[in-house]
Design a protein around this ligand. Structure first.
Ligand code: PEP
Ligand code: MG
Length: 905
């Protein structure tokens, strides 16, 4: 039963006899506390305890780290009730109550905050623990662990302050395992630990259990604002205002002997989603041993050999919990003297592969419905489904040969292979020559962006999952491994060394070939082939039949459900028939943006383009444009064919013309010669085209206004292509889009050229082509005068890249240098070029929608900036009532799912 919040109530109890709250109370009791209460009510054995609510955390930070006046009394009452529930007393010399103190936020933040176990032990109660358990080694081990943990978390000592004492003792005894230390050794260790504590903090280790408890509660609330937690929240969009709860729970021990143990398990496989109980455990250990990786845990099946009854019971609770929560659960358990206790349950984190499989299979098992299934999948994780992979057989062979030289943190999914490039410049240089590289750095910084772009993947020695390299690589969909501590980079000599300490060190140099697996974090001393993802093999290259891919079948069902529940349509940004075909394989419902300028860069076209730019008269320009016309027409025929039956929005030429001219002297001279001009003439022309602010310069419709013949040529190419295809019996729906309009007269001017040209072509061809004429809304002036503009447009496509740039005044091209600081300081919650700034730029979009619809109620509205592929921004597009989003081909699946999630929210 969910708890009604009672003002002034801060402590909520849970025991078999009396439980306050349940799974519905995550906001008040945190995820852990709410689920402990829920499990207790379900009759699952949970050690009793109480939860101090998140309201206390909020109060603590709002009042200069002070607590509500009544908190102490409520905690005392909680302890008294706990004592009564389990028949032990806090601080008792004969049979002491010991507790754990754990954080638990409303949204799971695994490992980010602090935990303390065995609290309540002191020089006297340790004797009581020996007396009540008859196990001196266990009691001393618990006490020394407590001093170590409490010393670290509450008193601020470092791990190594204790570790070196422990290591010293083990060395002097000639042993390597903690388990080889006996009771007397541990007693000695405790004495040394206490000396260390006094030396470091200037007072004795606290002996009063009550003082220990308040210190621990303090530390857990304080850990809400530690660096790890802050970074994690930022990365996962978790609000700081939520606060954490604190759970005080009676201890059960997995380290009392060989009939004890502790472990973690998932009700299904969190990597691939298979419906198979999956977990690890350690005999005779406490929870932290599993997490810390000091000892290698055993797979959960082995528990059946040692304690079959406990495993059977664990299975039954796992089943009960999965059915109860209707989701895959991640559980923690402890076995004390053969008795099983459940310490936590929460919805399990999973890969995109597992998310798809569990969602679909749970629908088939009738555990959830399709809508719930769609909500379960984190759309932002879908790129990993489409990332390149290694050929499985080839990778197995490489693994068998022991060619894994290191393992780091898998920060960006996907497989990549290439030559080691130690600088961004090298990666760029090689990319220009078609050489594939892996950018290997100690760490990356904003200067490395171009190199990150040019490389196949990124490997860094330092950094965590939220480091620069990790964040940027994920943004670029690049395979990435960070925190590869075995890697040493020597930029001076151009060499790297992989030295994990376990195998022979491997020396390599810049230019040598390596491969990285961003799914697992493995670095391989081999040149492995990468192949398209399983989904790409099924849907794009069609080299794998659907029947052979369970993933593809399940993914297809998710996508079908997505389209069924979404209102927003999903189009793609594509400039070539190939990209259009890929996008269509992934379910694109048309092209929302075809950037025509990309078509002018190919070898034979750039010459005609340059000729057009260098022209000094209309006549010369028209001659050059006539050369470009057949290319454009062929391009459009290709794209319209690839998208047959669907709309294709073609945008007229947008970038400033200087972007098409060469920069090197030799090329300039060559160009001059080719067109019978002097190189001085070319230089003069280039000077004329130079602009201080090219992004605010002679581009977009301003080109068409000054050179209407460009607009006419492009319109002719579009309508001729459409006419020819119509005659072949193909269905085509061209939409002609004018970029960078700010004033309705700009659009009216261009519309006249477009309509006259289109009419002329239709007359020549003797066929009517249905086409739409619209504009981008990417200049703030266009947004605020959208009512006037809409009178000349059949559609608006919000160019949120330029609109963000011009509204906020951030350069699209180099704000990466300072925007990260803005985000760090919380000025902007996210990069506004990635996640749409609906609080600011969004205001203009909303004005434009309202005004546009006022004068043209039938106007079609979409987005074609980068935001069209970002799940959070897609949610915004749905809320404000746009008709479609358009994104790059590989983000189409993300957008389809996000559109459905927005509709179901
Ligand atoms: C935009 O500005 O959002 C847009 C889609 O156009 P481009 O990125 O080509 O400037
Ligand atoms: Mg633009």
């Amino acid at each position: 039963m969910a708890q009604t919040v009672q003002p002034g109530k801060f402590v909520y109890f849970f025991s078999a006899g009396r439980t306050e709250g349940g799974a519905g109370d995550k906001k008040l009791l945190g995820g852990k506390g709410a689920n402990l209460a829920e499990m207790t009510t379900l009759g699952i054995p949970v050690p009793p305890g109480f939860t101090i609510s998140t309201e206390v955390c909020t109060y603590y930070y709002a009042n200069g780290n002070k607590y509500p006046a009544d908190l102490q009394a409520q905690i005392d009452k909680g302890i008294a009730e706990l004592e009564a529930a389990i028949g032990k007393k806090f601080g008792d010399k004969a049979n002491p109550l010991l507790v754990s103190v754990r954080s638990g936020a409303p949204v799971s933040m695994p490992g980010m905050m602090d935990t303390i176990l065995n609290l309540g032990l002191n020089d006297e109660t340790v004797a009581g623990l020996i007396a009540s358990t008859g196990n001196a080694r266990f009691a001393y081990d618990s006490y020394r662990r407590f001093i170590q943990m409490y010393g670290n978390v509450v008193l601020g000592l470092k791990h190594h302050d204790f570790e070196h004492i422990l290591d010293g003792l083990k060395k002097s005894k000639g042993v390597t395992e903690d388990l080889a230390l006996d009771a007397e050794d541990l007693k000695k260790l405790i004495a040394e630990y206490k000396v260390e504590v006094k030396a470091k903090i200037g007072r004795d280790f606290p002996q009063s259990p009550k003082e220990q408890l308040m210190g621990a509660i303090d530390a857990v609330f304080a850990s809400w604002m530690n660096d790890r937690a802050i970074t994690y929240r930022k990365l996962n969009n978790i609000s700081e205002a939520l606060g954490t709860a604190v759970n005080v729970q009676s201890m059960v021990f997995g380290n009392m002997g060989d009939d004890c143990g502790t472990g973690v398990a998932f009700t299904r496989n969190p990597a691939n989603g298979e419906r198979k109980f999956y977990g690890e455990f350690l005999m005779n250990a406490q929870g932290e041993d599993v997490v810390a990786g000091i000892r290698t845990p055993l797979s959960i099946e082995k528990l059946g050999e040692k304690m079959p009854e406990a495993l059977k019971e664990l299975h039954s609770y796992a089943d009960k919990l999965e059915h109860h929560y209707k989701d895959m659960q991640d559980i923690e358990f402890t076995i004390e003297r053969s008795k099983l206790y459940m310490l936590q349950t929460r919805s399990g984190k999973r890969t995109a592969f597992a998310a798809i499989r569990t969602a679909v299979e749970m629908v088939d098992e009738k555990l959830i419905d399709e809508k719930a299934a769609l909500k379960r999948i984190d759309a932002s994780t879908l790129p990993s489904l489409l990332a390149k992979i290694f050929d499985e057989k080839e990778k197995k062979e490489v693994l068998a040969k022991g060619l894994v030289v290191a393992t780091g943190l898998p920060a960006g999914p996907g497989a990549a292979s290439g030559k080691i490039a130690l600088t961004a410049e090298k990666a760029v240089e090689w990319a220009e020559k078609g050489v594939k590289s892996i950018l290997v750095r100690v760490e990356t910084s904003p200067e490395d962006i171009s190199g990150m772009h040019s490389s196949e993947g990124i490997l860094t020695a330092r950094g965590g999952m939220t480091s620069h390299a990790a964040v940027v690589a994920r943004g670029m969909n690049k395979p990435c491994i960070v925190g590869c501590s075995a890697l040493e980079v020597d930029y001076k000599t151009g060499t790297v060394e992989f030295n994990s300490g376990t195998a022979k060190a491997v020396k390599m140099k810049e230019g040598d070939h390596i491969s990285i697996d961003g799914f697992t974090g493995q670095v391989l001393n081999a040149s492995l082939n990468t192949i398209p993802s399983e989904l790409e093999q099924v849907f794009v290259t069609k080299t794998l039949p659907m029947e052979k891919s369970l993933l593809a079948q399940q993914y297809a069902r998710i996508m079908q459900w997505s389209d069924q529940y979404s209102r927003l349509k999903v189009r793609t940004n594509a400039d070539t028939p190939e990209d259009a075909a890929v996008a269509r394989s992934y379910g694109a419902m048309g092209i929302g943006l075809c950037r025509t300028e990309h078509m002018f860069f190919a070898e034979e076209r750039i010459a005609a383009m340059r000729e057009m730019i260098l022209s000094s008269s209309l006549e010369e320009r028209e001659k050059a444009l006539a050369k470009l016309l057949p290319y454009q027409r062929a391009d459009f025929k290709g794209i319209f064919s690839a998208m047959e039956g669907l709309a294709v929005t073609v945008r007229l030429l947008d970038p400033p013309l200087h972007e098409f001219l060469p920069h090197e002297e030799a090329q300039i001279e060559e160009l001059a010669k080719a067109f019978g001009k002097t190189s001085q003439y070319v230089h003069k022309k280039m000077d004329d085209l130079k602009e201080f602010n090219p992004m605010l310069g002679h581009r977009g419709c301003r080109l068409g206004v000054t050179y209407p013949e460009i607009t006419a040529m492009q319109t002719r190419a579009i309508i001729e292509a459409a006419a020819e295809l119509l005659k072949e019996g193909k269905k085509v729906f061209p939409e002609i889009m004018v970029p960078l309009v700010g004033h309705f007269k700009e659009l009216a001017n261009q519309a006249k050229v477009i309509r006259e040209t289109a009419d002329a072509v239709m007359k020549e061809k003797g066929i009517k082509v249905e086409y739409a004429l619209g504009t981008m809304i990417e200049v703030p002036r266009a947004a605020v005068t959208a009512d006037e503009i809409a009178e000349h447009a059949e559609f608006f496509s919000f160019g949120t890249n330029d609109l963000t740039q011009m509204t906020s005044g951030f350069s699209r091209d180099d704000s990466e240098h300072y925007l990260p600081y803005y985000i760090e300081k919380g000025i902007y919650p996210q990069n506004p070029f990635q996640v749409f700034d609906w609080e600011g730029v969004g205001k203009l979009v909303e004005i434009a929608i309202e005004k546009g619809r006022k004068t043209n109620p039938k106007i079609k509205l979409g987005v074609c900036g980068e935001h069209g592929g970002d799940p959070a921004s897609i949610g915004y597009c749905h809320r404000v009532g746009l008709d479609y989003v358009s994104c790059s081909p590989y983000r189409v699946p993300i957008a389809r799912l996000a559109a459905a999630q927005a509709a179901l929210a």
